[in-house]
Design a protein around this ligand. Structure first.
Ligand code: TMP
Length: 235
């Protein structure tokens, strides 16, 4: 499958058309950003690691009945995906307090939540992906009520599946961000799931195996991504 035209370049990935109009090539870059791109850098081989990690996670979700845009890995940095129209929402699921939830509610990092939580952000870099609620989504027609219900159900199902998956690898899934896309009147999981888009803490040590190492200058970023790749590949 050949790359034809670049149709989108984001902070961590590029999308290209292919000769099949229903398929795109998703290319993973080494670029890393944080705090809405105020902090920029590169993580050596991140694109290679995230391509492999995301592929493994998409395969596991597929095996558990979740429809995703993933088709197959093409090479180290590229995967073939179904072309979707992205729903302009970032869907964040949390199992424990970390990051912006701690700032919002004055919680200690790692604070227990009585049940998983979910937040919607409007996907707009210029606005800094602001958090919105379901009334905004309805009023601005970002998604229909049925789509919102479906997306919430899917997000919590994905959380159940991935929590178990990572726990089997001695990793606790603290939180993660999902994006969904529309294709043929259906909604499927899109984008990526990787240490860029999840918080992953090693069970026992609490070591951070995710992009917080970059955000907060904790060192050994590549080693953390490599360790996640090693563990998800062993499953
Ligand atoms: P937050 O605590 O900064 O809101 O992040 C929650 C989760 O979402 C965390 O696992 C990182 C992920 N995330 C992204 O993937 N992209 C983003 O732009 C942001 C802000 C968070």
């Amino acid at each position: 499958m050949q790359k034809l035209e670049k149709i989108y370049e984001g902070k961590a990935k590029i999308l290209y058309t292919t000769e099949d109009p229903s398929l795109l090539i998703q290319y993973f870059k080494d670029d890393a950003t944080a705090f809405n791109a105020q902090k920029k850098g590169t993580i050596e081989q991140k694109g290679v690691m995230n391509n492999r990690i995301a592929a493994r996670i998409f395969e596991h979700l597929k095996d558990n009945g979740i429809a995703t845009h993933f088709v197959e890995c093409l090479n180290d940095r590229e995967m073939l995906v179904k072309r979707v129209a992205i729903v302009p929402l970032e869907v964040i699921v949390r199992n424990r307090a970390a990051g912006s939830l701690c700032r919002l509610l004055g919680l200690a990092e790692g604070a227990t939540l009585a049940c998983p939580t979910l937040e919607f952000c409007y996907k707009d870099d210029a606005l800094g992906d602001p958090q919105i609620n379901e009334y905004h989504i309805r009023a601005l027609r970002y998604a229909t009520d049925d789509e919102v219900k479906y997306i919430k159900d899917m997000a919590f199902r994905i959380n159940d599946i991935l929590k178990k998956f990572f726990l089997g690898l001695k990793i606790e899934l603290i939180d993660f961000k999902l994006e969904f896309g529309r294709v043929n009147d259906r909604i499927i999981l899109a984008d990526e799931i990787s240490p860029d888009t999840c918080r992953l803490w090693e069970v026992g040590t609490g070591n951070k195996l995710d992009k917080d190492r970059f955000r907060r200058d904790l060192g050994n970023i590549e080693g953390a991504y490599q360790e996640v790749l090693r563990r998800v590949s062993s499953h």
